[in-house]
Design a protein around this ligand. Sequence first.
Ligand code: NAD
Length: 274
Amino acid sequence: SNVPTITLHNGVAMPQLGFGVWQVPDDEAADAVGTALQAGYRSIDTAAIYENEKGTGQAIAASGLPREDLFVTTKLWNREQGYDSTLRAFDASLERLGLDYVDLYLIHWPVPEQDKYVDTWKAFQKIAADGRAKAVGVSNFQPAHLQRLIDETGAVPAVNQIELHPHLQQPLPRAFHADHGIATEAWSPLGQGKDLLKEPTLAAIADKHGKTPAQVVLRWHLQIGNVVIPKSVTPSRIKENIDVFGFELDAGDLERIASLNTDTRLGADPDEMN
Ligand code: NAD
């Protein structure tokens, strides 16, 4: 595969582009993930709450690819937070995936209201120490939540997976991540394929390069250093979304995309989500 890797702060290499499977039903996940693996994706992003860890694991087993060539991410769901329940939930995820380790395990949301993410993070340290997750990180954490984890445990998340696309560019979280060696992973990198991809600015840049707006958006993420995990169940789009390594946006393109920021979320506010 021609996908570059980034090096996480603990030395683990993570593909900069992977395949997301949110909203893919379990009985379609094996097909979609199988198509992605055939197209050259080696990183898969699932979560316990997506209820498709089984189908994802089936596709991984059926691919015949060596386990060390794959990068599998799953996430702990909110109601399982807490030290002991995290360890149990992690065992259940591995079991459904049919794996004996994951490459990356993430706390899905901080859920400040239940105030369990510090204890949860301590359980994540045990999972990492046991070698059952090669790296551990978080998702949807705001800088204040990250700072609290660091202050209370001394352990810095390897990754923070947050909503990020040209309409929500997240300058403050990205700066905090850069200061602390945390990789920024963009969820809904294509803005869920809605209004964002209809931006005339993106159409113009796409025409100039002979690419699609989706490819331009993915290229923008890659060039500013984000990890991306676009989702599609359509084979032609699955292939299109990984065909983003043969062209380069210039400084003017990047500037025009930077000007599209409206700070508009598609998903929940991390401080409110419970
Ligand atoms: P996305 O931005 O990847 O958009 C996916 C949608 O865009 C598709 O369903 C399709 O409608 C459209 N699309 C895909 N490829 C296209 C193309 N080439 N041209 C035109 N349209 C195209 O949205 P997403 O699925 O929300 O996010 C990607 C992944 O991020 C998820 O599958 C999941 O793994 C992860 N995620 C994580 C969280 C979290 O809380 N951690 C939340 C949402 C998503």
